[in-house]
Design a protein around this ligand. Sequence first.
Ligand code: BG6
Length: 468
Amino acid sequence: MQHKKLKDFPKNFFWGASTSAYQVEGAWDKDGKGPSVIDMAPVVPGTTDFKVTSDHYHHYKEDVKLFAELGLKAYRFSIAWTRIFPHGTGEINPLGVAFYNNLINELKAHNIEPIVTIYHFDLPYALQQKGGWSNRDTVDAFAFYCETLFELYGDRVKYWLTINEQNMMILHGDAIGTKSVTAENPEKDLYQQNHHMLLAQAKAMKACHEILPHAKIGPAPNISAIYPASSKPEDVLAASNCSAIRNWLYLDMAVYGRYNNIAWAFLEERNATPDIQEGDMEIMASAKPDFIAFNYYSTQTVAASSGDASDRGSTGDQQIVVGEIGVYKGASNPNLSKNDFGWEIDPVGFRNTLREIYERYALPLIVTENGLGAFDKVEADGSIQDDYRINYLQAHIDQIQLALTDGVDVFGFCPWSAIDLVSTHQGCSKRYGFIHVNRDEFDLKDMKRSKKKSFFWYNALIAKNGAK
Ligand code: BG6
């Protein structure tokens, strides 16, 4: 649709930016914090670990001041479960509680709306040792953790996100470093974990509404429109399969409280349907999100399955299709360029994705991640000329405006990332931030913060509420 006149961004649009605890905070074992699965996972050779990252834990005041200078209206960050409950459950850690109290207060003092992700990949290791998400007790541990957060911070935090990219943990857990399944039926175990997370999310949404009637809560999967590699009907069917398994399984459950039929058929075929206990589906059906948060980096393109192991790709990266034997296989899209890490760049696909989600669920949308990972270069004068990042973000923001004009209700955009941090599996040389952190992969240097060119660009854009 070619619009003659574009709608303006809404007046109170949340121009924000995002981070996650384990990727930005550092202080991995400070002040009583317990280890998470990420802390205990092997480090990808050639990349830094997550022990210090950007040391936001010690720099949070300076960082929030910079976020305010950037003009952020909202800041999306996650709480490290292991700071609050070092062992996942049991004794609360007052110093961990204090850190987030301070951070939230600092944000409020600068008029920045806190948007809190409850869980972003960093399951307490103590729970993992008892089976992690395969163990149903983790559902209750999560529900208790959520209730604790609502009680602790609900007087100041209005927007809550349940679980970051549950779908990526299931489909790309190897790359992210979160996957742990039993040997005898790994797929069933994986989807049992998935069921437990969906149930945990439902309990979190219900508890949020009970404890904090004025708060809003939603899921935060990674959603992308899926293209067929050609107009061959078999390729179109493959795209529909992929979309069901990658996207709608998660949102259909969050919004409607039911398993997507195509995804369920896929699980049946593989003998991987989860065990569902009595009452689970009632809980799922009665839990309702207030909005949908989603992360978007790229679209995916798939082709009809060849029916053998060649359907499985090799990289396993979150934005590169792995493929499912007999269901679909990854294909590259000749119409799109790629970033330095092989992720396809597709701003128009972003509009498609926004439209598809809104048409399906008719809930307000907030984009909680979008951005460009790149090897930034510090010039001799100390500046960072990240025009490639500006171009990427501007192109995606343009598409939000088109989607708004299409009638999609979008209330915020929080690009990844507010400040440089450590990538899930590609180190800290893959940078995303508006704010540069002076450290290298293995040399922590002085951690000095400096503003990239994109910082000034985003600041100006926010000041004009996205108008050109
Ligand atoms: C998302 C995650 O998958 O993408 C973030 O929610 C992550 O945690 C981001 O950092 C970018 O991916 P990566 O692999 O480059 O860090």
